[in-house]
Every structure is written in structure tokens, then in C-alpha cells.
Design a protein around this ligand. Structure first.
Ligand code: MOS
Length: 706
């Protein structure tokens, strides 16, 4: 572990170094790279959810002026590896989910390609499909391991006995729907094969990861694959791993005789083969003594995966460590369905899990006759309840207290459905936030002194709108003890030393640690007077503290809502998040991340709901007209602040991740505020108007409506 870095540039509220290029339209996104004489590919998607292709009639498409070729499983170039079954594109007649890519048209323009795709006739031998997630399925199974390496089940103490003898208990079931990531820039790629191999301009959170995956699936040396992604218009996890389109565009480029091939997903395609957040059904049981000390925590999760590839979300993992309780049990069960593969969506698992658990805590507070902030304070664990390790730093209580003070929480009357503002019922709610500190392996960085006297700092990191271009330059400048202008940062290209993926809120931590280690090595090797051309390349150092301490980012979110009992409309008028994330390296980009997460959480609480039609196995509301994402007009006064936190253990910058903690707990805070406003406790997100209409007859006794 390298020594802490003195902050000079770190901590400054800098605007994005690439901001001018972005607003003037000179920052090239994947689809915009100027390539010569491109072709365009448009996929043909399966119209059945399970079965086999028995015939393809491409004659009408082929006859179309401008169509170069029609790819099917029969004529597409063969791939080398099916290790990742999601990437086994156009290799077999099997159909595993509706919307799967079963063909593609390569044409001179994107319009012709799309027209051609509509003319391709595919005949299927359809088999019955199974796409329904229910807790009473008899085929739910326990995955061997959850994503990010977590155990599927944990069991400490004797929860059943603790529940039997508890003074106060809770047993409720919460559910969250399918949700689809929709970054402003859809998934897009340009691929070109030359004698040097494959070049792909890609909208990705991890150019090195895409390179590795493409090399494997196409059976070529990774040195023959180059992935370029300097600017990315959002990802939220959906671009954290390659998806079928990456392979499709690579296959199409193989038959394009050296010409580049372009693909950009339509919005509707964003709802089919590019991942989604699994729906969840979560049963939570809590026991507490008469003072509100938890004696039992049980969190049982049922969620789904695709038959074609396992994806097991870590939904109950925050429940394992948030609060103290001698008896605790968590479990995850999966239904394997004929659906596309789920994928990461901002704070995967943690977001739906914290929604359920933090609403349950609100319900428990009421049953204990305690303020919900006080309930959390009473259950603060001294060490990580799961591992027994000390915290590297944990300032949840500071966040709760500072938030309560600023939000003027004190003296809040817990009685629901009694505060009116004109025709609207008003309420407030609170929830905790948390996201783990992840350090992803696999990065390396090089530092060289250029002829202009500036340091070239190179790592295949990805800035997906987070501010990495700016913050990594700040870190490098401090590590090299030069001003920001002395650093020439290079990221977003797999030709550079490898970078771990921009996911798990780990980018700044992983890449930053690596850059600091490279700077140290450079200074050790060359001293104070390096000469032009001096350079080093260094792998990310291990952090031995990871095995000694529990490391998490915490926060507390407070929401004030208005609900119209006649229409069921909700307005989140005010929201405050207070976070403890170690050193904040750039207040401006950090605040943007945090309020972005909170905004996405409000959207989750109130709107986002991908509706599956079980008869066909597809998402019906696959566009922005019918899948509503919070717009500017939906968002009131949202603010994010942070408490001072000095953490010498996480990394040499002392900084924890901030990309995902902002969304964790948001939906619970909003749901808790809606209960406080209306007395309606609906446990199934999103909380749409139909669930909150009380017409003229408003229940004022706080009891749930039937
Ligand atoms: Mo984030 S969902 O870990 O890219």
C-alpha cells in the first residue's frame, strides 16, 4: 500500500476538463468517430421467447437496393468460444428469449439496413416459454455464488427463536419491478477488421474488458483487438460488460471486406438485449426488544436469472451489515426464465435490497414507537456484524444527525395522513444509504515525461460522465506534485495499460491507487530531475487493509413529499442526502454523482416499471412515451452534502466511491415519506398514482387500505 497523497489539486471544485469539447460537439462518442466508407448493421430479433429457427427467407431483404448481405446463424462467421453464452451470437438455431438477435442486415445506410431487417422472414418451431417470477414456483434454486462473489445465504444465531421471543415483530413482503437502464447515449459501436486485427469504437464502461471478451469470442490474440472509448454518454452498469451487439457488429465487419460497420441501439432495443435490473420479491422479518434493539433480521430474496446465462444479484447483502443484531439470516433464490440476461443497474442488488430493508426499518420504528432516526441510532453496530472486522470508517450516524438537523426533522409528528397543504397531503421520510468500497483488480498505469515537460499518465480507464477525466488528472497531479496543467491524461483506449471497469463505484479507487503507485515508482526511479522520455509502468498495488477492515460508503436521505389524494400524484418537493465517502476529490463532480443517484432513486420510487407481457415474453412499454424516467419537471429541490471523513485505509487518496451510494436508500426515503403523508403503505414499487388514490374518502387513522 502506498503512502497517503498530499492534497493540492484533490479537493478542488473543478469543472470537467473535457466540458468544452462536450458542449461544442467536438468530443467524439462511439458512433461519431469519423470512419471511411462505413456500412450499417441492423438486427433481426426473435419474435418468439423459446424455440428453434427452422427457416429464414431473406430474399426480399437481399433484393433491396443498398443491402450488402443478410446474416443468419447459417452463414455468419463462426465464433471461437461460447464461454459467455450471451455473446454466442448467430451461431445456432436455438432461440432463448424474445428479442434475441437471430439475423442482421448489412447495408449502405442505416435506413436501408433497418428496412431490410423488417423484410426478413423467420420461421420458428415454437416451444412453450416460461417467464413468470413467482415465490410459489417449485423450481427456485440457490446459486453457488452471487455477483461480486458474495455467498448466497448467511445464517448467524437463531433467528426463529429470536423472532418467537421478540417484543416487537415485522413480517412483510416487498417487491420491485423490472427496470431498464437508459443512458442518454444508447449502446453504440463501430467495428473494423484490418490486417492488424479488430478495432472497435465502443460506448463502454470498460475498454479493456471488452477487448478481452472480443478476443476470446473471436478467437484472436488480445493484442489484435483495440477498443476505443474516450467519451461515453452514461452507462449505469448496462455498459459494464459487452452485450450481443458488440459481437454482432464484429461479425458484420468480418463480412464487410475491410469496411467499418456501425451500430447504434434504438431505444426499443435498449429494452430487449442490453440488460435490465431483475425484479425482486423480498420477505423481511424483524424482531426487536421493547427498546427497539434488533434481535432478529431475516431477509429472503426471490429474483430471476436467464436460462441462457446465470446472473445472481446480491440483493440482501446490505442487510447483512447495516445494523446490529445477534441473530440474522439472508437468502437468495433464483428462477431461471426464458428471458434476456439481467445486467447491472446502478448499485445492483443494493438498490432494491436497501429499498425493502429501509422501508421495513421505518415500519419497525412505528411499531416500536420510536423515531426512525433514533431506531437506526440504537442499532448502530460497533464492528461489521457479518465479519466482525472494524470499520475503516463508518459515519452513518453523523449523516443521520446532520441530515436531521438540516432537514429540521426534530419534533416530527409520526402520525400519518394529518398534514395538509391545500389539497395535498404532506409527509417526510428518512432512510439510510450504503454502498461497499470495491477495489477491482487488473489495472496498470504508465507515467512518462513528455518533450513538453508534461507527464503523460496513461490507463485504460473510462469516463462515463462521472468526471474521471478530471479527477484522475487531479490525483495524478498530486501524486507527481505538479499542477493540474502538468498532467496529460490518456484514458478510454485498450492500447493503454489495462483499466478495470468503471463499475461498482470502484473506478476512482482502483485507477487512482494505480496512478499513485506509478507516480511513486517514477519518482523513486528518476528522482527529482527526470529526463524527457523517462517512463514507468506499474500494476495496481494490493491493499492489505481490505482483509482487515470493513469498508463502506454511508449516507442518510431525507425526503419531503406531497400526495394528492384525489389523483394519487406524488411530488418530491425536497430531498437531502448527507454522505460519508472519505475525502471528496472534486466537490462539483461528486455532487453531480450524488444528486444524479438520488434523482434516479426518485425515478425508481415513483415511475420506472418495465411491464412484461407473459404471453410473449417481451417488455411492452419499451419506449420513453410509456417507460417514464424522471424528467426535470419531476424533480424538486434535491441536494447532496457530505460530512468530513478521514479514512487512511481505503486507498492513498482517502476517497471512497460515490457513483452508486446516491441511489441506495432513495426509494425507501420517498416511500416512507409517502406513508407519512397518506397512511398508505404499499410495498410494491413503483408508487404510481393508482396505488395512492384515496378519492374523497381519505383514511385518517393511518391504517393501510385493503
Ligand atoms: Mo455500476 S451498476 O457497478 O456500473
Amino acid at each position: 500500500m502506498t503512502t497517503p497523497v498530499q492534497a493540492r489539486e484533490m479537493g478542488r471544485s473543478l469543472s470537467r476538463v473535457e466540458g468544452r469539447a462536450k458542449v461544442t460537439g467536438t468530443a467524439p462518442y462511439a458512433y461519431e468517430f469519423p470512419v471511411l466508407d462505413p456500412l450499417y448493421v441492423y438486427p433481426v430479433q426473435a419474435t418468439i421467447a423459446r424455440g428453434r429457427i427452422i427457416a429464414v427467407d431473406a430474399s426480399a431483404a437481399t433484393a433491396l437496393d443498398g443491402v450488402v448481405t443478410v446474416l443468419t446463424h447459417e452463414n455468419a462467421p463462426r465464433l471461437a468460444s461460447d464461454a459467455d453464452s450471451e455473446l454466442w451470437v448467430l451461431q445456432s438455431e436455438e432461440v432463448s428469449y424474445r428479442g434475441e438477435i437471430v439475423g442482421a442486415v448489412l447495408a449502405e445506410t442505416s435506413e436501408i439496413a433497418r428496412h431490410g431487417a423488417e423484410l426478413v422472414r423467420v420461421e420458428y418451431a415454437e416451444q412453450p416459454h416460461d417467464v413468470e417470477l413467482r415465490v410459489d414456483r417449485d423450481d427456485l434454486y440457490t446459486p453457488k455464488v452471487l455477483n461480486a462473489g458474495y455467498a448466497p445465504d448467511t445464517d448467524q444465531g437463531d433467528v426463529e427463536e429470536a423472532l418467537r421471543s421478540a417484543a416487537v415483530t415485522l413480517d412483510e413482503t416487498y417487491s420491485t419491478p423490472f427496470e431498464h437502464n437508459n443512458p442518454m447515449e444508447p449502446h453504440a459501436s463501430i467495428a473494423q477488421w484490418t490486417d492488424d486485427g479488430l478495432t472497435m469504437y465502443d460506448s463502454t464502461q470498460g475498454p479493456s474488458r471488452v477487448r478481452t471478451a472480443l478476443a476470446e469470442v473471436f478467437g484472436v490474440d488480445p493484442a489484435k483487438v483495440r477498443v476505443i472509448s474516450p467519451y461515453v454518454g452514461g452507462g449505469f452498469g448496462s455498459k459494464g460488460s459487452p452485450h450481443p451487439h458488440n459481437v454482432l457488429v464484429g461479425l458484420a465487419a468480418k463480412v464487410a471486406r475491410g469496411r467499418p460497420v456501425k451500430f447504434a441501439a434504438t431505444r426499443q432495443q435498449m429494452f430487449s438485449f442490453l440488460g435490465y435490473r431483475t425484479p425482486t420479491i423480498q420477505r423481511i422479518r424483524l424482531g426487536a426488544d421493547s427498546d427497539g434493539h434488533l434481535t432478529a433480521i431475516v431477509h429472503d430474496v426471490v429474483e430471476l436469472t436467464a436460462k441462457v446465462k446465470e446472473f445472481a444479484e446480491q440483493t440482501a447483502t446490505p442487510t447483512r451489515m447495516m445494523y446490529a443484531s445477534p441473530n440474522r439470516r439472508t437468502s437468495h433464490r433464483l428462477a431461471a426464465l426464458d428471458l434476456p440476461v439481467p445486467a447491472w443497474m446502478r448499485a445492483p442488488g443494493v438498490t432494491p435490497g436497501m429499498y425493502a430493508f429501509e422501508v421495513a426499518m421505518d415500519e419497525l420504528a412505528l411499531r416500536c414507537g420510536l423515531d426512525p432516526v433514533e431506531l437506526r441510532i440504537r442499532n448502530e453496530p460497533e464492528v461489521d456484524p457479518q465479519t466482525g472486522r472494524p470499520w475503516s470508517s463508518r459515519n452513518l450516524l453523523a449523516c443521520l444527525r446532520e441530515g436531521a438537523r438540516r432537514f429540521e426533522w426534530e419534533g416530527r409528528d409520526p402520525t400519518p395522513a394529518v398534514r395538509w397543504h391545500g389539497d395535498w397531503l404532506v409527509g417526510t421520510g428518512v432512510a439510510s444509504s450504503r454502498y461497499p468500497v470495491h477495489l477491482l483488480p487488473g489495472s496498470a498505469a504508465s507515467i512518462g515525461l513528455g518533450a513538453d515537460g508534461r507527464y503523460d499518465v496513461s490507463i485504460a480507464a473510462a469516463d462515463i460522465g462521472t468526471g474521471a477525466w478530471t479527477v484522475l488528472a487531479q490525483i495524478a497531479a498530486d501524486a507527481l506534485e505538479v499542477p493540474l496543467e502538468g498532467v496529460n491524461l490518456r484514458i478510454g483506449d485498450s492500447e493503454l495499460p489495462p483499466g478495470s471497469v468503471a463499475g461498482g463505484s470502484s473506478g476512482t479507487s482502483s485507477w487512482g491507487s494505480t496512478i499513485v503507485a506509478a507516480a511513486e515508482a517514477f519518482r523513486t526511479k528518476y528522482g527529482d530531475r527526470p529526463e524527457t522520455g523517462a517512463d514507468v509502468t506499474v500494476d495496481m498495488p494490493q491493499n492489505p487493509n481490505l482483509a482487515k477492515y470493513a469498508m463502506d460508503t454511508f449516507g442518510a436521505q431525507f425526503a419531503q413529499v406531497r400526495v394528492h389524494p384525489g389523483t394519487g400524484e406524488v411530488r418530491v418537493d425536497r430531498m437531502l442526502g448527507v454522505f460519508a465517502a472519505g475525502r471528496i476529490l472534486n466537490p462539483r463532480t461528486a455532487r453531480s454523482q450524488l444528486i444524479g443517484g438520488m434523482t434516479m432513486g426518485i425515478s425508481m420510487a415513483l415511475y420506472e416499471d418495465s411491464v412484461l407481457d407473459p404471453r410473449f415474453g417481451h417488455i411492452v412499454n419499451h419506449d420513453f412515451a410509456t417507460y417514464h424516467i424522471a424528467a426535470n419537471a419531476d424533480i424538486g429541490d434535491v441536494d447532496a452534502i457530505w460530512v468530513e471523513e478521514d479514512d487512511p485505509y481505503v486507498n492513498p487518496m482517502g476517497a471512497k466511491g460515490i457513483g452508486e451510494v446516491g441511489i441506495s436508500g432513495t426509494a425507501a426515503a420517498v416511500a416512507n415519506a409517502i406513508y407519512h403523508a397518506t397512511g398508505i403503505r404499499r410495498r410494491d414499487l413503483p408508487l404510481t398514482p393508482d396505488k395512492l388514490m384515496t378519492d374523497t374518502c381519505v383514511r385518517r387513522d393511518g391504517r393501510d387500505r385493503p
